[in-house]
Design a protein around this ligand. Sequence first.
Ligand code: CTP
Ligand code: MG
Length: 227
Amino acid sequence: MLPAAGGGTRMGLARPKQYLPLRGRSLIEWSLAPFLESEWIDGVVVVLARNDAEFSRLPIARHPKIVTTIGGAARAESVLAGLEAVAQRTSAFGEVYALVHDAARPCVAWNDIEKLCDEAADEHGGLLALPVSDTLKKARKGKVAGTVDREFVWRAQTPQLFRVDLLVQALRECDERGLAVTDEAGAMERAGYKPRLVRGSESNIKVTYPEDLRLAEFWLAQQESSP
Ligand code: CTP
Ligand code: MG
């Protein structure tokens, strides 16, 4: 499932970043590609903003695996809407897993997705992530207020893999308690689960600022020359 209902405010352009051109396609088409190509994935729900005018014009919009639905103001709302669409389309609700992947991560490698599915398909689920390499400082008013032990800090990426029923329940609970979560693992943690950290790749960047587009282009070119 791809949440793609964000407006891309940090990008500073009128057009949402998922539709920006990148090596001959739109960014979201790159993000979707590995999921559409895999025989292990039955369907892909793409969550769109209510006023989205671009997705339906893409060549992949009529791909038989794709269904679209409308998201909300926060990412967690969009993910919940997407999961509800997944649940509606599956019969064996209890044992269905969903991979949630940011539409803004066009360089994810299938190998990493496969590794995540191999290592994290249980009730705790898991996510691609990377250990932090810089020394981390806590800040207070522009001054150092302490050093964070790097050994315990990883950067969360997507996809994140969870059982659909458990993730829906966890996200609903957060919503009811007014807890803001920025990723699916955050909701699962609050529900008492311990999602597995599966080591991903540096290339799986989230396009957030304008300079990230050049970096995404670089990684896609690398992947093309050494598939
Ligand atoms: N997303 C979503 N619904 C929202 C907010 C975000 O589906 N209400 C999606 C985005 O489309 C993106 C992913 O979640 O694919 C990660 O979010 P982010 O990188 O923050 O994208 P935006 O919210 O679009 O960007 P910004 O925060 O700069 O506005
Ligand atoms: Mg955002």
